[in-house]
Design a protein around this ligand. Structure first.
Ligand code: HH2
Length: 294
């Protein structure tokens, strides 16, 4: 039998000189400072509420906080970069002042990324994987920031209209190989990169479930995998639950992702998902010990 997916890649993620160990999975807490995000839109537009939420998620066990000021839900409208910065900056500055954990910025715009990195952020979570802004790669390379390369078919405005793949897992893998090469070409080191299959981004239910079911194939590409399943519509498509009732569906998907080797779980419900993650991880470790992996 081969080694488990967990053992096949270097487990360190480097972001602006900081080494974030990923030998075990960690949680990335989601903070949306937007009026229109699909699950928490409007709740953290006030900077004080946003900073309070970030601190609460850190208390609950988040190893990273991902702050976004532009919703990417299906059909969402793009936000002007001045507005994105206006929403982000006070929150990023204050969260960075209060904590030492790395702050990630969910943006596709290089200018927004640069301003946020100057304010103390350490990671850029680019859902376009360096494709929407030709200067994003230079900003990440020049600052040594960590980078999430996420797969998406199409753009948020139209991505759910007719997602189509021959073999979704193979195509996402090929996309990662191509985007890692694009990152390398502008001077971004492999240790700066996390790979994310982009659950819900230009994918129907069967595409999303296939990617989760075959996640170990993505972990074999040499970089840690980040997965964002939290409260997403595919859970409603299976369970018929509205957005406020997707905690258990999220827990099931997080459990599978951890078991299949995901190292960063992007979630809204940090405290609850910490229990899920630690429980699954304990079982996984027992399996490895029994098989002589540890
Ligand atoms: N999902 C969302 C946003 N950003 N980034 C990565 N890397 N992976 C994801 O799965 C991902 C992401 C969508 O969730 P959310 O931020 O809660 O909603 P919205 O885009 O409506 O703000």
């Amino acid at each position: 039998m081969n080694t488990l997916p967990h053992t096949t890649h270097p487990a360190v993620f480097k972001a602006r000189g900081r080494l974030i160990p990923l030998d075990a999975p960690v949680l990335m807490g989601v903070l949306n400072v937007t009026p229109d995000s699909f699950s928490d839109g409007g709740r953290y537009l006030d900077p004080a509420a946003a900073v309070g939420r970030a601190c609460a998620m850190i208390e609950e066990g988040a190893a990273l906080i991902d702050i976004g000021a532009e919703s990417s839900r299906p059909g969402s409208e793009p936000v002007d970069q001045a507005e994105e910065i206006r929403r982000l900056l006070p929150v990023v500055m204050e969260v960075c002042r209060r904590t030492t954990i790395p702050i990630s910025i969910d943006t596709t715009k290089s200018h927004v990324a640069r301003v946020a990195l100057d304010a103390g952020a350490a990671v850029i979570n680019d859902i376009s994987a360096l494709r929407f802004d030709p200067h994003m790669g230079d900003v990440v390379a020049g600052t040594g920031a960590g980078l999430v390369l996420m797969h998406m078919q199409g753009r948020p405005q139209t991505m759910q209209q007719a997602p189509s793949y021959g073999d979704v897992v193979r195509e996402v893998k090929e996309f990662f190989v191509e985007r890692m090469e694009a990152a390398r070409a502008v001077g971004i080191g492999p240790e700066q990169i996390l790979l994310d299959p982009g659950i819900g981004f230009g994918k129907n239910l069967s595409h999303n479930l296939s990617l989760l079911a075959h996640l170990e194939e993505l972990t074999a590409l040499g970089r840690p995998v980040l997965v964002g399943v939290s409260r997403k519509a595919f859970i409603e498509q299976v369970l018929g639950r509205p957005v406020g009732e997707r905690l258990l569906g999220t827990a099931a998907a997080v459990a599978v992702a951890v078991l299949k080797g995901a190292r960063v779980l992007r979630v809204h419900d940090v405290g609850q998902m910490r229990d899920v993650m630690e429980m699954v991880e304990a079982i996984r470790e027992a399996r490895e010990q029994a098989a002589g992996w540890l």
